[in-house]
Design a binder for this molecule. Structure first.
Ligand code: LP5
Ligand code: MN
Length: 242
């Protein structure tokens, strides 16, 4: 819709879950076409092995994003912990723009800090170590030189390890760290934060230095689609039912 900016995250698009892809393609047609902008705050894909992956389902998504951007709606994407290898070629063919994480946008004269959210989970020491490794440009360059099959294998073994470890971690370890949230908001001079990753959709109030800030958490698309709609009057955290 015109006059509306949309925020989504954690779709985890995957050939094994065609109903999520269907919902996403429908969402682009019905909600995003004609809107002012679409922000995807990470984990659009369940796993991104590199821009040379020719998975036809991913190509369908890319074509849809291209239609949207060609029609005049800009699409901004941040990396998630599953699709941190999205790169320049993906940007070119989808017409979307990759944004750094964290990043500040200006919407109706308000500074809004946007993040995937994984950076805020500082109590999850093991994850932060892993993140540091895989976000290193040298590691990424070397990894992208491996064959697609080898990358598939490696991604599978990381998923298994991650699943084993997340089962053993306490829930609050895998949530955001409050001090980190406050630090980020202060650092970026913002009273509004939007992020995903934790799959715990909510609107939280945060007190920082005698001011009240708001932290909006987007949900995932496993059972329903979580969408934040923002217009001149305000915002609404919505869910698209299937
Ligand atoms: O994803 P989710 O929600 O289940 O858990 C995350 C954290 N886990 C991850 C890992 C991803 O699930 C899997 C990423 C695979 C995609 C790779 C794509 C491209 C690779 C191309 C070829 C290699 O992000 C999880 C958090 C949780 O969120 C909550 O925040 O806790 O973190 C972990 O579980 C990480 C573990 O603690 C440490 C994992 C060590 C794995 C080491 C494997 C060895 C491989 C060496 C390569 C670096
Ligand atoms: Mn994530």
């Amino acid at each position: 819709m015109q006059g509306e900016t949309l925020f989504i995250s954690d779709l985890h698009l995957d050939s094994k879950q065609p109903e999520i892809q269907k919902q996403f393609l429908q969402f682009i047609e019905q909600d995003a076409m004609g809107s002012d902008a679409l922000y995807i705050l990470g984990d659009l894909f369940e796993v991104w092995l590199g821009d040379d992956d020719d998975n036809p389902d991913n190509l369908l998504v890319i074509q849809k994003l291209k239609q949207l951007t060609d029609q005049g709606t800009p699409v901004y994407i941040q990396h998630g912990n599953r699709d941190f290898l999205l790169g320049k070629h993906f940007e070119d063919i989808s017409g979307s723009i990759l944004l750094p994480d964290p990043h500040v946008i200006d919407l109706y004269n308000q500074r809004i800090l946007i993040m995937h959210g994984d950076l805020l989970c500082t109590d999850d020491i093991e994850y932060q170590k892993f993140r540091k490794t895989v976000r290193n440009p040298d590691w990424q360059k070397q990894t992208l030189q491996l064959s697609l099959d080898k990358r598939k294998e490696l991604a599978k073994s990381i998923r298994i390890k991650s699943q084993q470890q997340t089962q053993q971690k306490f829930e609050d370890i895998m949530d955001v760290n409050q001090q980190e949230v406050e630090k980020m908001l202060l650092q970026h001079n913002s009273l509004l934060l939007i992020h995903g990753h934790t799959h715990r959709p909510a609107i939280h109030k945060v007190d920082i230095e005698k001011q009240q800030a708001t932290r909006i958490v987007l949900g995932d698309w496993y059972d329903q689609g979580s969408v934040l709609r923002w217009n001149a009057e305000g915002y609404k955290l919505d869910s698209l039912t299937r």
